[in-house]
Design a protein around this ligand. Structure first.
Ligand code: ATP
Ligand code: MG
Length: 350
């Protein structure tokens, strides 16, 4: 049993902040846990968190292209390809040491880069997973679906536990499914809007199956196959209310929507508490649930723009102004500090 930890950031809704939060959590987690190696696995073909981690802006794009175009891509596609062919893969061939590329990051932070070709290999992975077993002990479906699960058990150095943060694509494509089953814990970013609230039902239906099974399609779903293969799914660790403080004047309306999202999660918790991470404190009410499972993240405003453009963690943002594509952007100290503290609080609760 390894002492590794693994978190996957997923919501079936796009644009809720998965990649942004992955960047911020991973960079701060690495700074605060120097005795561990922190590895971001970017399982989104857009590779947004990879870009931020590799310094952001145009330069990070060229580094990314270099990794993708190697004969054996030094990306998640390279890793998955080797693992599919050989049943296992050597993590050290595919990681990128981020402090060598982005001097703002600590030297225990690593990346298995995103790669647009994930889209291209997706049908091949599905084909392999659905192929006919060659013997009673052969299980192609489980072999494919365990690729990232096996990755997150690995260490870079034998004496240092690893903490994995997996960024995902919102679509429930096969690579997203691999990412989800790769982690112990699921972090669910949401925004205070109705589509985020609807997406909560989608998340439960896709992972664990709809309460009323579809008469025809049910047997083809991920949820059914995962059950049939006894595949462990991650437990929900936190609901991350992202940008809940976005519009100060509209704070009241935002609160109404965030309350609704928490109500909905609490209803799921009441039905199936085993789908949520165990807490030391007993959850006896909706308020207990909110306190234990919901974390509000602020709108980063200009601090977020600078951080993403320059691959700069909030802890390293010390100046009052930064130049982004030729324009000077002001970042008030109070704002930087509040954003940093909110992110540190999240990291400390993991
Ligand atoms: N707390 C925040 N404050 C300010 N801007 C934010 C915040 N979180 C995310 N954003 C901005 O919102 C946009 C979407 O964020 P991000 O790309 O992280 O979402 P995502 O869930 O990864 O999207 P996708 O589903 O496309 O992968 C980006 O422009 C990002 O800079
Ligand atoms: Mg993203």
């Amino acid at each position: 049993m390894s002492d590794n930890k693994s978190y996957v950031m997923w919501n079936n809704k796009g644009g809720v902040g998965k990649s942004t939060i992955t960047f911020h959590i991973a960079s701060i987690y690495a700074e605060e846990n120097k005795d561990k190696d922190v590895i971001v696995v970017d399982m989104c073909p857009q590779a947004n968190s990879s870009s931020m981690l590799m310094g952001g802006g145009v330069e990070s794009e060229s580094v990314l292209q270099e990794l993708i175009s190697k004969d054996e891509p030094q990306t998640i596609v390279g890793y998955i390809t080797e693992a599919t062919l050989n049943g296992n893969a050597d993590i050290n061939k595919y990681i990128t040491s981020l402090s060598e590329i982005n001097k703002n990051l600590s030297d225990n932070l690593f990346l298995i880069s995103g790669d647009g070709n994930l889209e291209l290999i997706a049908p091949l992975l599905s084909e392999r997973a659905e192929s006919t077993p060659l013997s009673a002990s052969d299980n192609p479906w489980l072999n494919i679906y365990s690729i990232i699960r096996k990755l997150t058990q690995k260490r870079i150095s034998a004496d240092r536990p690893c903490v994995y943060f997996i960024d995902t694509n919102p679509s429930f494509s096969i690579y997203t499914q691999l990412a989800i089953v790769g982690a112990d814990k699921l972090l669910v970013p949401i925004n205070a809007d109705d589509s985020s609230i609807f997406a909560i039902s989608g998340l439960f239906n896709l992972m664990w199956g709809a309460s009323v099974a579809h008469p025809i399609y049910d047997k083809y779903t991920f949820a059914t196959k995962a059950k049939n293969h006894n595949l462990n799914l991650p437990q929900i660790g936190f609901l991350l209310g992202n940008r809940f403080t976005q519009k100060i004047g509209a704070a009241h309306a935002f609160k109404a929507l965030s309350d609704k999202a928490i109500d909905k999660m609490y209803a799921e918790f009441m039905k199936n508490p085993d789908r949520f991470e165990n807490r030391n404190n007993e959850i006896k009410s909706r308020d207990d649930f909110e306190r234990e499972f919901s974390i509000e993240l602020r709108d980063f405003n200009s601090a977020g723009v600078v951080a993403a453009n320059q691959g700069l963690p909030l802890t390293k943002m010390a100046k009052h102004s930064y130049v982004v594509y030729g324009r000077e952007i002001q970042v008030a100290k109070e704002q930087r500090d509040k954003c940093r503290d909110a992110m540190k609080d999240l990291v400390n609760r993991l």
